[in-house]
Design a protein around this ligand. Structure first.
Ligand code: ZN
Length: 317
């Protein structure tokens, strides 16, 4: 008799465990979905080629709205074989609801070969790691799919440039703290599914002023990310004398204007100076910044500008 009560719970628990962090709240999945696709297609139609490939943070505002004008372009290179941006989502030939039912071509499979990648802890031993997507302190609130071990991976070329930046900063009394580096396509797909479900547990910390259902439309979340190409990193400054992060006047992954690189409203001189220092040193060492996120940098001469990887984040062989 006891089992009659226990079994349904066990089944429910097993089902919950089988779902990823981005699938746990399925109610509301359909809400706004068509609108999101429509925004994506519209953006894709307006764009061709990409400076920075979009993704949760890259695509943030620049890809889908006013960012076009400052030369920053959106996620139009995925898949990387000439299919125009925005037109290949949803993937796998799923019918596009916003385009009269025209079937889309299958995307190129994301690359699984990690041989061009290195561990930042090995190549840039000075960095601190605070890998938010391996933890539950991120906008989803759980570890993100594809992050299997607490390591930060990047292409060898990007790691070498980061080492140079790190050494320059160390001489000034700082270390680089890494929030995210290489991000598998699996993780980006997880973000997209999360954007379509009903979960809002982390809203007070990451998007207090935004309606979650609008995050896709507004470009806060996109279908690809420059991080997936392996030469993009999210970083902040750690002040060695103070023993804590430098005050940047904002927090990582905050969905809002305060995250804009050049935002100054209400910021102190010190906060503005810290943002400026991070940007200057990263840019002098081969990285480019984006206008929408003070923490996000991509190697200018990235070795795989059109390749989106999908091997899991874990120790390399
Ligand atoms: Zn980023």
């Amino acid at each position: 008799m006891r089992y009659r009560k226990i079994m349904p719970l066990a089944v429910a628990a097993a089902l919950a465990l089988s779902l990823s962090a981005c699938d746990r709240y399925s109610e509301g999945f359909e809400d706004g979905r068509g609108e999101g696709y429509a925004a994506g297609y519209a953006a894709g139609a307006a764009l061709n080629g990409s400076e920075d490939g979009g993704g949760f943070d890259d695509g943030y505002s620049q890809g889908y709205s006013e960012g076009y004008s400052d030369g920053l372009k959106s996620a139009s290179e995925y898949p990387p074989n000439g299919v125009q941006g925005g037109s290949e989502y949803p993937p796998n030939g799923v019918t596009d609801p916003s385009n009269g039912g025209v079937s889309r071509p299958d995307p190129v499979s994301p690359e699984q070969d990690s041989s061009g990648f290195v561990s930042l802890s090995d190549e840039v031993p000075g960095v601190l790691l605070e890998l938010r997507y391996y933890s539950s302190y991120n906008f989803v609130g759980e570890r993100i799919d594809g992050y299997e071990e607490p390591v930060a991976l990047m292409t060898r070329e990007a790691a070498e440039a980061l080492k140079s930046a790190e050494e320059e900063l160390e001489a000034l009394g700082y270390r680089l703290k890494i929030y995210d580096a290489y991000r598998p396509q699996t993780a980006v797909d997880c973000f997209i599914r999360w954007s379509e479900n009903g979960d809002t547990q982390m809203k007070p910390y990451f998007y207090p002023n935004e309606d979650k259902t609008a995050l896709f439309d507004k470009g806060y979340i996109s279908k690809t990310s420059g991080h997936t190409r392996g030469s993009t990193v999210d970083v902040t400054l750690f002040d060695m004398a103070l023993g804590r992060d430098a005050d940047m006047g904002g927090t990582f992954d905050f969905f809002g204007e305060r995250s804009h690189r050049d935002y100054t409203d209400g910021l102190t001189e010190a906060q503005i100076a810290n943002r400026s220092l991070l940007r200057r040193v990263m840019e002098e060492n081969g990285f480019k910044s984006i206008s929408t996120e003070w923490w996000h940098f991509t190697l200018k001469d990235e070795p795989y500008p059109r390749t989106y990887f999908d091997f899991p984040v874990k120790s390399l062989d």
